[in-house]
Ligand binder design. Structure first.
Ligand code: GDG
Length: 739
């Protein structure tokens, strides 16, 4: 895999390193946080470039200092994006952290909707795009991260359709019911869909995203593939892992440290543990964020001390809260709340030899972090919402002695993979108190067994595997995308087609109607041809060298009404009926309709249960339309109906045709391809053109001779030679034929 990727360009809001400047000297330091920690090891695997904000305000750096920081960052394979203070306030502290973050974590009450935040968010996404445009090389693979850059994938895809673009969201993607609250919901989804591959931590986030796509934009979705007309996006769950080896190894080294090498924090911990037998530490580590459920944890711990007083003076909660986004009001409030809670609990319960909560409001160097992990037998991690939560995984990786219990909120993405932890609801104080008790009392053998399963899983699906899987999938999607890209109608191909047209003496056009010549309406009765279309078609058919065949799934009556007096041949009901210009309708093939009464009750049952759907009764087929139904329900019912029909149809010589938001049942062996083939037999043509938009048109393309020019509207998986975006593009082509 590594050999295929020439260079990996990673883009995230923050670079994995921060800059500190003192006396004109630049110090580059690694950043703390899930994304930075995780992706750092990935970036080291490839020839890579990491683009992001350095954490400095643009105006605080003189031009000379900028040059120096650029230079220092270049050594780390980083390229900074410069953002001014006011912009950071609106883009980062504003839209990213006062709109998206709370909303995506279900804190709707904290979510703020300011137009100017949004506008700056758009501008900064554009700035990232601008820098990428300057630096991207044609063989690069691009991996964009997280909620600060939701618009970037599309901005890049539009300029560089051939560059593989991956996107990973590190936070939850909320249910559509929450996401729809956002005024800029469509722009956000469209922005994300610029990626070839969209990764989420869990299947639930993936499911929520797909549901929003379906409801807001109406794209067709097959399993995890979104059909965007001329390209596709694949959506998948990639639960992020940790650098297991590093944590495990560091924990082993921690145990071997001799007295004098021990860090102060470790000495303090050992001092505490040695003061009386049976003393234990419960650890919690998070950024100080309202999503992490820190007050809940404190309340639950207090409740535990009350409910199980035998543990007074025996158990201490070590709580590391890393300062975060402290310019946002909600973060200042949560800080105040936590400070007060810790103060109150310690005030009420502390004794001379014992403090119930050790509270650190700062970040620790990695070695001290390891000391904390290693010395604590229990971790208490209680977020009210968390995309994944790597701390839970890191804690497990440091348990080298077969002892340790993890208590984990079921609202963390990590809970999906860590069923052997004690899972709790972070709002249930009693359950958490009992979980702490359970953890303290858990027999050694049980701890060991649970740990082993957890460790085995984390070791296997570690950060490298995670990134490798994502990259493999991205390259695979990109590969398929290339094939579709090759099918885009190019001016070169168009030119060739028009040259052939000009030279030809006997030409034939097979044109599907709905979705190919006109757009879809909620009710098919309303899609009558407009004057412009009539004009194009008539002019095309008026050329004595041209024969125009409208070939559709429509019933005869609408076609007669609309085109009865036109110089076209008409094929209706997918090839059941043929009407040669100026003649009467004739049946291509004789067949019965007795089967309809067997099928009708099944279709009716689905109409009754699915508001907005209806049955269309054609002469030799029956159709269930679900375009007007709720998109999610419609898609689900369509699946069910297909399944049900399959068993019903077994002995009836019927088949199911799946069209655009329709399911049609009709006699086996009749299709547009067969009908077209018969027409082609009647004469010799030196120019053949076919256009269609759905699965039923695939029969047409399949039965066309190799030299035919075939065009599919907006469907990437096709036998047609070329793809166009919309029915307007087809009209545009037809217009060129007649001009
Ligand atoms: C977001 C999502 C998702 C913490 N304190 C210190 C320190 N850390 C390191 C931990 C861990 C990381 O920071 C925190 O990661 P989390 O996953 O727990 O949480 P978020 O920062 O909120 O991350 C989250 C993650 O992205 C990845 O996708 O899991 O759900 O919210 O690696 O070890 N590291 C050091 N000192 C500290 O004081 N050195």
């Amino acid at each position: 895999m590594g050999s295929i990727v020439k260079r990996l360009v990673i883009v995230s809001n923050r670079l994995p390193v921060g800059i500190e400047i003192e006396d004109n000297k630049i110090d580059v330091k690694p950043n703390v946080g899930g994304l930075a920690t995780g992706m750092r090891s990935v970036s080291q695997k490839y020839d890579s470039l990491w683009i992001g904000w350095s954490g400095m305000h643009a105006e605080d750096l003189s031009l000379e200092m900028r040059k120096k920081t650029d230079e220092a960052l270049r050594k780390e394979k980083c390229l900074p994006v410069y953002i001014g203070k006011e912009e950071i306030d609106k883009y980062y502290y504003g839209f990213s952290n006062r709109t998206i973050w709370p909303l995506f974590h279900y804190f709707t009450q904290y979510t703020e909707y300011y137009q100017e935040f949004w506008e700056t968010y758009v501008d900064i996404n554009k700035r990232f795009a601008g820098i990428l445009k300057e630096h991207l090389r044609k063989d690069d693979v691009l991996w964009i991260h997280d909620y600060h850059l939701l618009l970037l994938p599309r901005m890049i895809k539009e300029e560089f359709p051939a560059i593989p673009v991956g996107f990973f969201l590190h936070i939850p993607f909320p249910s559509y019911e929450v996401f729809r609250i956002l005024p800029w919901r469509k722009e956000i989804i469209e922005g994300m869909l610029g990626a070839d591959l969209l990764g989420f931590h869990t299947f639930d986030y993936e499911r929520h995203f797909l549901s929003s796509v379906r409801r807001l934009l109406g794209y067709d979705i097959e399993f995890n593939r979104i059909n965007l007309r001329t390209r596709m996006s694949i959506v998948d769950a990639f639960p992020m892992g940790i650098d297991y080896g590093k944590f495990h190894q560091s924990a082993l080294e921690h145990r071997q440290k001799s007295g004098k090498d021990r860090l102060d924090i470790q000495k303090d911990i050992e001092n505490f543990l040695s003061m009386s037998p049976g003393r234990k530490l419960i650890l919690s580590i998070d950024r100080l964020d309202y999503s992490k459920g820190i007050p809940n944890r404190l309340h639950a711990f207090e409740h535990f001390l009350n409910k199980y007083p035998q543990y007074l003076e025996k158990v201490t909660l070590v709580m590391l809260a890393v300062p975060s986004r402290d310019q946002v009001e909600q973060y200042q409030l949560i800080k105040k709340e936590v400070d007060e809670l810790v103060g109150r609990i310690n005030g009420a319960y502390a004794t001379i030899n014992w403090t119930p909560v050790w509270y650190f409001y700062r970040s620790l160097p990695f070695e001290e972090l390891i000391d904390l992990y290693s010395s604590s037998e229990i971790a208490l991690i209680t977020p009210v919402r968390d995309g994944m939560n790597l701390v839970a995984k890191e804690f497990i990786a440091t348990k080298t002695e077969g002892r340790g219990v993890l208590i984990l909120s079921e609202m963390a993405g990590a809970a999906k993979e860590m069923g052997e932890a004690i899972l709790i609801n972070p709002n249930n104080m009693d359950e958490i108190a009992d979980a702490i008790h359970h953890a303290l009392e858990m027999p050694a053998e049980e701890q060991k067994q649970r740990l082993e399963v957890l460790k085995e899983r984390l070791q296997r699906y570690d950060i490298d595997k995670w990134a490798g899987d994502f990259m493999d999938s991205l390259l695979e999607v990109a590969d398929q995308q290339q094939k579709y890209l090759a099918k885009r109608l190019t001016s070169k191909w168009e030119k060739r087609m028009f040259e052939r047209y000009a030279k030809a003496n006997r030409r034939i056009f097979f044109l599907d109607y709905d979705g190919t010549l006109v757009g879809f309406r909620k009710d098919p009765k309303h899609s009558r041809p407009d004057d412009e279309l009539m004009d194009i078609l008539t002019r095309l058919a008026d050329d004595k060298n041209n024969r125009l065949v409208l070939i559709s799934g429509r019933d005869r009556d609408s076609f007669t009404r609309w085109f009865g007096d036109k110089p076209f041949d008409l094929i209706a009901e997918h090839g059941v009926w043929l009407r040669m210009q100026g003649k009467d309708w004739e049946l291509f093939e004789q067949m019965g309709t007795h089967w309809k009464e067997i099928i009708r009750p099944a279709l009716q049952f689905y109409v009754d249960r699915t508001p907005g759907t209806f049955i269309e009764d054609k002469n030799y087929s029956m159709v269930w339309h679900y375009r007007k139904a709720d998109p999610e329900l419609g898609a689900m019912r369509a699946l069910e109906l297909k399944y049900e029909l399959t068993s019903l149809l077994a002995n009836l010589d019927l088949e199911i045709l799946e069209g655009n938001k329709v399911i049609e049942v009709k006699k086996m062996g009749i299709n547009k391809g067969k009908a077209a083939a018969r027409i082609l037999q009647q004469d010799r043509y030196d120019f053949i053109f076919g256009a269609g938009d759905d699965w039923t048109d695939e029969y047409l393309f399949e039965d066309m001779p190799a030299e035919a020019f075939t065009i599919k509207v907006g469907m990437i998986n096709t036998r047609a030679s070329y793809i166009v975006n919309s029915h307007e593009a087809v009209r545009e082509l037809l217009r060129k034929f007649v001009s």
